[in-house]
Design a protein. Structure first.
Lengths: 97, 296
């Protein structure tokens, strides 16, 4: 298991929180909550070691379009980058709507 | 290019329409199952993922935890009356029960009992999907599963405690005892119910005793249909939310059982006595020996 932390600039406020997914084979859970800081913080706990660069690429792309200040927690059980992106989008949809 | 040709046979058409219209419980995750079982809009999760009641020792053992520790407890209405659903998430660690997840169930049962003692009726429903106690937590998990057993026994004097085994994992280990203690049990054909899982039996007693790779054999012994036909469960329903809701409602309406299955020790002893351990029966033979109704 590996724990990774990421910071992203934030320009907006968030009012809602959302939870999606499950820590099951090839899947992950995502928790997004409002943060009162000027950045978004992401903590990833993944069962697969050595993929920090891939995580950074996936999260960079997501936060290029996600501006609110959020505290994001990801508990991953070997999801592919595609699944991670879908879960992040699903969680983001939950805090927007 | 190939096109799919649907038969115009009315019987297959009816089956196909039925298959397409049903809402699979097996394909749902624990939270969705609890939501689907409760009346629309009444789902209220107790200790939700943002309370982060995860087990702190899992990361120390290199295992990614889940924010709800694999159990969803939800209060709401079932058929217009208060209910509490305790659903185990089978996708997380095979539904293994840990100290935290098992405590959530034990506490929900204890609160339901307190409600009944204060004359506030509430229907408890367990959605079981578990390989038993999580090995990484060993005795910590076992101890709380024993609390679940005690709470079911204390609660079932007030109200039917209904257990549901959906599949595809089934219900094993200490939680199979919890299932046995429930007032009524509902299973899907895909479910399995057994104290020791097939892999454990094969590992401990050898492949001659049980071949864990033989799926037909395993379901013929511990599958949902077999458990129903041999009198270990009360209802067998197909994999559909509506059918499951109807079965749970019908059992809830039966009320508190006068004698629980776990109290029928003599009856089950008599059943066991009919079996010759030197020549154990196969699944179909057992159905003939042990009919659905257990004679008292």
């Amino acid at each position: 298991m590996e724990t990774l932390n990421f910071e992203y600039k934030a320009t907006q406020r968030l009012t809602r929180r959302s939870h999606v997914g499950v820590v099951g084979s090839g899947d992950l859970e995502v928790l997004i909550e409002p943060s009162n800081q000027s950045t978004s913080h992401v903590r990833v706990r993944t069962s697969v070691d050595g993929y920090a660069q891939i995580w950074k690429a996936v999260l960079d792309r997501f936060f290029a379009r996600f501006e609110p200040a959020a505290h994001v927690e990801i508990n991953d059980f070997g999801a592919t980058p595609g699944t991670v992106t879908l879960r992040l989008e699903q969680a983001a949809e939950g805090v927007r709507s | 290019m190939t096109s799919t040709i649907h038969s115009d046979n009315p019987i297959t058409k009816e089956r196909r329409d039925r298959f397409l219209s049903r809402q699979s419980v097996i394909e749902m995750r624990a939270r969705e199952r609890a939501r689907a079982l409760l009346d629309p809009g009444s789902f209220r999760e107790v200790l939700n993922p943002f309370d982060r009641l995860e087990f702190p020792w899992l990361p120390l053992q290199g295992i990614v935890p889940e924010s709800d520790d694999g159990v969803v407890v939800a209060r709401g209405q079932f058929a217009g009356k208060p209910a509490v659903i305790m659903a185990i998430e089978g996708a997380f660690q095979g539904g293994g029960m840990g100290e935290v997840s098992a405590t959530k169930i034990a506490a929900a049962l204890a609160l339901a009992r307190r409600d009944w003692e204060s004359s506030r009726p509430i229907l408890p429903v367990l959605l079981l999907e578990t390989g038993g106690v999580r090995l990484q937590e060993a005795n910590l998990g076992e101890a709380v599963v024993a609390e679940i057993h005690a709470e079911i026994i204390a609660l079932r004097r007030h109200t039917p405690v209904i257990g549901v085994i959906t599949g595809m994992i089934g219900c094993f280990g200490g939680m199979s005892i919890a299932a046995g203690l429930c007032s009524y049990l509902v299973v899907l054909p895909q479910a399995r119910l057994e104290l020791n899982g097939p892999e454990v039996i094969e590992q401990e007693a050898g492949i001659d005793e049980l071949n864990a790779g033989d799926k037909h054999l395993i379901w013929s012994l511990m599958g949902g249909e077999q458990r129903y036909e041999t009198g270990f469960v009360d209802a067998l329903v197909e994999d559909d939310v509506k059918a499951l809701r109807q079965a749970v409602q019908a059992l809830a309406e039966r009320g508190v059982r006068s004698r629980h299955r776990s109290e029928m020790v003599e009856e089950y002893r008599r059943r066991l006595a009919t079996i010759d351990p030197a020549a154990p029966p196969d699944g179909p033979a057992l159905r003939r020996m042990w009919p659905r109704e257990v004679k008292s």
